[in-house]
Design a protein around this ligand. Structure first.
Ligand code: ADP
Ligand code: MG
Length: 349
């Protein structure tokens, strides 16, 4: 996990806007040749030569997308970057630059924003993206972070949601349900803490899923892996809202149906045991838990041999004719329409 410390407090008014921007951005280093000019002028200047450029934006609002009650600001910064890089990856592109815009109320001291930026900087360094600009302004209440990410891709490799064909294999990276169960654990510990502040939670057994929640990683490695394997997916999306809803997006955009196999869903042992502890169905969690940032994609049958042995990738089903609809095939070999398994089925278990 990213470490956390209790900092001193410097009021933002003492610095002014320019002092604040300077303090937050002075340690940012540029790594890409394509960045001709980063922070410091009226606009950044970029040169992508022959590559196609993909671009995406996401906004995170305190109290809506993150809760500072159990998410340290360094993690918020890190995650805000990952959410965007994940969208770039979902186009089968490689992230190269980001801009970072923040609105903060004067409730936050400088040290809090430095904490936020330490997470943003760490993410930028680890994932080799240049922070090339942004905007800094005040808000009357809370914190808002908006990040825009750019990435490059070979035109022939850009992957849309719309290219899946019947018989294509449906593949997911990593494993599912961890972030959601991590959230459940953190919420429970938060309640315990409210009742008895002396009760120190032991999160050790939950480390994997708490990290899945607090420190998600964009699957830039999968984009590279696919390129190394010489596989171009026929369609792709990242899992931010839950597997079943993302599958339905691929089906809708590609005009295909899908058979998803319950027995194939990749689950970490921690997720299975925590689902038992919370008495929830692990399949429901795998289908509906959000915030995963894994990649969900389809490949042509001919590419099966290239991906089948890879421990990072699991074939979980295949696409069918649109008229067949989207279904979950259960372990008992029953077919259930996939749309019945969205967020709204939560709590009915
Ligand atoms: P302008 O008045 O042209 O909007 P600013 O004073 O807001 O310029 O920003 C000065 C420079 O600092 C610009 O390069 C801008 O992109 C960058 N910048 C401003 N805020 C941030 C931030 N929160 N993170 C990164 N760069 C920032
Ligand atoms: Mg500005």
């Amino acid at each position: 996990m990213l470490e956390d410390k209790t900092p001193p407090k410097t009021e933002l008014e003492q610095l002014g806007e320019f002092g604040l921007i300077d303090t937050l951005t002075k340690d940012i280093k540029l790594q890409h040749k394509s960045t001709l000019k980063g922070i410091g002028d009226d606009a950044a200047v970029l040169d992508f030569k022959d590559s196609k450029v993909v671009m995406t934006t996401d906004m995170l609002v305190e109290g809506v997308h993150f809760d500072l009650g159990f998410m340290p600001l360094k993690h918020v910064g890190y995650k805000a970057v990952m959410v965007n890089l994940s969208d770039v990856c979902a186009m089968n592109a490689t992230p190269t630059q980001i801009t970072v815009s923040i609105a903060v109320s004067n409730r936050f001291p400088l040290e809090a924003l430095e904490e936020l930026y330490s997470g943003i900087r760490l993410a930028a360094e680890l994932y080799k993206v240049d922070v090339v600009g942004g905007d800094t302004t005040s808000s009357t209440k809370g914190m808002i972070i908006s990040i825009t990410a750019l990435g490059i891709a070979d035109e022939k490799k850009i992957t849309y949601r719309s290219g899946a064909k019947p018989t294509d294999l449906l593949v997911v990276s990593g494993d599912l349900g961890g972030a959601y169960m991590g959230l459940k654990v953190m919420q429970r510990e938060n309640e315990v803490f409210k009742v008895n502040p002396n009760n120190q939670p032991d999160l050790e057994p939950y480390q994997y899923i708490v990290e899945r929640l607090l420190k998600p990683e964009a699957r830039v490695d999968i984009v590279k892996l696919l390129s190394d394997l010489e596989v171009v997916p026929t369609s792709m999306i990242d899992i931010s809202d839950g597997l079943s809803s993302e599958i339905l997006h691929l089906c809708t955009h590609s005009k295909v149906g899908c058979d998803l196999y319950e027995e194939k869903l990749p689950l970490d042992p921690t997720v299975i045991s925590v689902c038992e502890e919370f008495e929830v169905n692990s399949t429901t969690i795998a289908l509906s838990g959000g915030d995963e940032y894994e990649l969900l994609f389809t490949v042509a049958q001919k590419d099966y041999d290239k991906i089948k042995a890879n421990p990072n990738l699991t074939v979980i089903g295949y696409m069918t004719e649109e008229a067949m609809g989207a279904h979950l095939v259960t372990r008992a070999d029953q077919k259930i329409p996939l749309k019945a398994m969205g967020w709204n089925s939560f709590g009915e278990e």
